[in-house]
Design a protein around this ligand. Structure first.
Ligand code: TXA
Ligand code: MG
Length: 322
């Protein structure tokens, strides 16, 4: 019988290789989570500094118990409600997990992705797959197999093509290791959905905590600088920057009508979920056009708009003052 793509991927993982695979959020760069040298290769290929912990991907919620040393009630509740789906849970780790995966923390990040090809690969493999987003460190996450090829094609043993990602921004990370669940990174599951499931308000963690690339201000940034300004100032700022000789693009749901010639217009759809889906491809497009600066304003921070605003803010932080 002929191997399926998922079987091939599972075999490569068992042999210590790297497989890029689609999820509903972004493409991941996967390695056997229990193979330290394979996990170390993920860091090398991504150009990611060691010590940044990875998410372990599992085929179903039933596997969670084997990877955690204790499970708070909220873990079962959230897993039941949102898995497979764009939610990552931080729990106390089981001993079997190599330090390379957790960055020496006593906690681990776990999720069950909602993509048929990812789930088929995980089922065929049987273990946990440690995977960060399949981009080079510090660049925009890939939402198509083509994006992965652009960034990493030579160094990955297999790239599974599952089409464009349905959600388009990374999973929401929720820390369940203290009494009150906290959002560490906004993502595909909204704060409103989490509060509804938990039947109580959920906090958003500020500074402090473990090093997390998703929490570095300059993460998720395209090569172009990003200036986040109030909506009413987008046109003026873009015009000034263009007049100063910079290659400028305006990123907006409703770009101002009267922009000087030469300013690129990058339009996002009005629907927040559609905006999230297209955001990273649009930022990659800005780089392809060789823009120096993207001028944008933040969308309404409800639903998926919260994650979109978070990524734009992080893309704008640091680089704007450069
Ligand atoms: O949607 C996603 O989550 C994608 C797909 C591929 O699953 N993955 C992803 O991985 O975004 P990555 O490595 O780009 O981001 C993982 C985030 C980082 O911010 C990391 O610091 C955080 O998860 N993280 C991992 N383990 C952690 C832990 N034990 N405590 C706190 N944060 C942790
Ligand atoms: Mg990433």
């Amino acid at each position: 019988m002929r191997d399926t793509e998922a079987d091939r991927a599972a075999r490569i993982l068992r042999e210590g290789g790297l497989v890029a695979f689609p999820t509903e959020t972004v493409y991941g760069l996967g390695a056997d989570a229990e193979n330290t040298s394979a996990v170390e290769r993920v860091f090398e290929v991504k150009g990611r500094p060691p010590g940044h912990p990875l998410i372990v991907h599992l085929p179903h919620a039933g596997a969670l118990g084997a990877w955690a040393s204790e499970l708070p009630e909220a873990a079962g509740l959230l897993a039941e409600r949102f898995w497979p789906g764009p939610l990552t849970l931080i729990v106390h780790r089981a001993d079997r997990i190599p330090d390379a995966v957790t960055g020496d923390l006593d906690t681990v990040a776990i999720r069950v992705p909602d993509h048929p090809l990812a789930l088929a690969m995980l089922e065929a493999f049987g273990g946990g797959v440690a995977a960060p987003s399949a981009n080079r460190f510090g660049s925009v996450s890939p939402t198509t197999a083509e994006h992965v090829r652009e960034d990493l094609s030579d160094e990955v043993d297999l790239i599974l093509d599952g089409g464009p990602c349905r959600v388009g921004v990374e999973s929401t990370i929720v820390d369940l290791t203290s009494a009150d669940p906290q959002i560490l990174r906004p993502g595909g599951v909204t704060p409103e959905e989490l509060e509804q499931a938990l039947e109580r308000p959920i906090g958003i963690s500020g500074e402090g905590g473990p090093p997390a690339p998703g929490r570095l201000p300059s993460h998720y940034a395209p090569s172009a600088a990003v200036a986040v300004v109030p909506r009413a100032e987008v046109a003026r700022r873009a015009s000034e920057e263009a007049a100063a000789g910079r290659r400028v693009g305006v990123l907006a749901v409703d770009p101002p009508p009267a922009l000087p010639a030469g300013i690129a217009v990058l339009t996002l759809p009005p629907d927040a979920a559609a905006s999230a889906r297209e955001l990273y491809a649009t930022l990659r497009d800005a780089d392809r056009r060789g823009l120096d600066l993207i001028v944008t304003s933040l969308p309404a921070e409800t639903g998926l708009g919260y994650a979109v605003a978070d990524r734009l803010r992080k893309a704008g932080a640091v680089r704007e003052v450069r």
